[in-house]
Write a protein that binds this ligand. Structure first.
Ligand code: B12
Length: 210
């Protein structure tokens, strides 16, 4: 059943993925096993195939959607069963920016890798990012920007975290098409990743988990 679920995610069959997750739960398979033996490995393959140029963004998105459908069924059970997630990530697209396809992919791949993800959506102001860090106490804060006119809000968020005395409590990572590693360094972020698969690697590396 877990193999079948893995295949459904790989092939981007969202309804089937949700159904199989439900069946697996009904069959008494532990939620943690469903996550770690079907969903996470499927998303690892997706990430690898994307890195190797064997998959493109649309094919990655359909798998991410299937993963999301499965997670919707699994998440409450995971919480109940107290499975220890690898870490908590708050993510959002910065103020003035509506682009969320890449951010959603990053969020879904992180979830697929076993992290808890709190997605603040788009047009997130510095104030809301700071509020979310206070409220959720994440290990990592991720910001996405697709416009050269909105990426300038990233350093503002970092400054706002400093002003609130929260900067040391959270690792800040940034991404989005106009963002570069140099820019990330310049604004004092802890990391940058060019795509969703490497964002997962980056977060693992920053938190020292595998
Ligand atoms: C789709 C799209 C839109 C859609 C967005 C729909 C949505 N829900 O997201 C709509 C139509 C709404 C839109 C609107 C606009 N857009 Co637009 N849009 C695009 C387009 C075609 C694709 C973006 C995309 O989704 N790429 C696919 C994803 C998977 O890639 P990605 O976002 O880069 O994300 C990956 C990485 O960057 C990284 N990543 C992303 N976020 C994060 C975060 C972290 C923490 C990490 C580690 C990594 C990471 O991982 C992701 C996955 O691999 C781009 C062109 C392009 N080729 O980029 C223009 C583009 C970004 N848009 C552009 C513009 C100008 C606009 C508008 C201003 C147009 C207008 N005049 O109205 C508006 C602005 C609206 C606003 N206020 O935000 C310009 C930006 C120019 C610039 N340099 O600033 C671009 C580059 C097009 C162009 N060539 O002119 N757009």
């Amino acid at each position: 059943m877990l193999e079948e679920l893995k295949k459904a995610v790989l092939e981007g069959e969202d309804e089937k993925a949700a159904e199989l997750t439900q069946k697996a739960l009904e069959a008494g398979i532990e939620p943690g096993r469903i996550l770690n033996e079907a969903l996470v490995p499927a998303m690892e393959i997706v990430g690898k195939e994307y890195e190797d140029g064997k998959r493109y963004v649309p094919e990655m998105l359909i798998s991410a959607e299937a993963m999301k459908a499965a997670m919707a069924v699994l998440r409450p059970k995971l919480v109940e069963s107290g499975v220890k997630l690898k870490g908590k990530v708050v993510i959002g697209t910065v103020e003035g920016d509506l682009h969320d396809i890449g951010k959603n992919l990053v969020a879904m791949m992180l979830e697929g890798a076993g992290f808890e993800v709190i997605d603040l959506g788009v047009e997130v102001t510095a104030e809301r990012f700071v509020q979310a860090v206070k409220e959720h106490k994440p290990d990592v804060l991720g910001m996405s920007a697709l416009l050269t006119t909105t990426m300038i809000h990233m350093p503002e968020v970092i400054e706002a975290l400093k002003a609130a005395g929260l900067r040391e409590r959270v690792k800040v990572i940034v991404g989005g098409a106009p963002v570069t590693r140099e820019y990330a360094e310049k604004i004092g972020a802890d990391g940058y990743a060019p795509d969703a698969a490497s964002a997962v690697e980056l977060v693992k590396q920053l938190l020292g988990v595998s």
